[in-house]
Write a new protein. Sequence first.
Length: 287
Amino acid sequence: FSFRFDIYRKVPKDLTQPTYTGAIISVCCCLFILFLFLSELTGFIATEIVNELYVDDPDKDSGGKIEVNLNISLPNLHCELVGLDIQDEMGRHEVGHIDNSMKIPLNNGDGCRFEGHFSINKVPGNFHVSTHSATAQPQNPDMTHIIHKLSFGDKLQVQNIHGAFNALEGADKLSSNPLASHDYILKIVPTVYEDMSGKQRYSYQYTVANKEYVAYSHTGRIIPAIWFRYDLSPITVKYTEKRQPLYRFITSICAIIGGTFTVAGILDSCIFTASEAWKKIQLGKMQ
């Protein structure tokens, strides 16, 4: 009784007929299945990065702070004159910030490389490199510079993400007017990266526009500076590592094998039928 429910009934071998065409199609079919299987396996093993946008402050545990990394060279300004000032709309006004900063003399002491690691509040503001904190102001300070690095938050070393995390890298203003001030206007975009384990890292991308101008003080003196004016976007970009589920991989493999064999069977049947019909036509002509 149970044999009636067998949907995979077997055809006796003496009722089947092997052909050269069927053998060729079978070999091609197996090679095609192998190719598709390896392609699906590569996709299953590989990690996919999905991105999404939403409005939120992702790093709520930061205390409303953003870590900043600045590395800039001023080849024509002494280190004793270089200083970092920080201002924002929460009332912060710090002149000559020195915590976690380092000044490296360049060009036999005639220039300076400033490296600083500091935090800013998550409100519009600015930080600028200038001579404002120097005990004695130079007569003609030279603010020509090269920006090696300006980044915010954690460093993301992910191969498949090509965001503007260090958009000012390599900015060269050595040929500018030495007495000109430089305004870099930044729009900072919070960015979250979540790996397969669910661990999140918080970084920030930014866009930049810049302008140069000569600024005069109320006494008529030229006091140039390198300004980084920033504002935060309410939009957060989130990158999430994902991998194809096992059930989807198995479904794809079954579809590949079943579909390939079905198409190959139809093709072989059509060729065999056409071949048999041609043989009958030839026999009819001979008679």
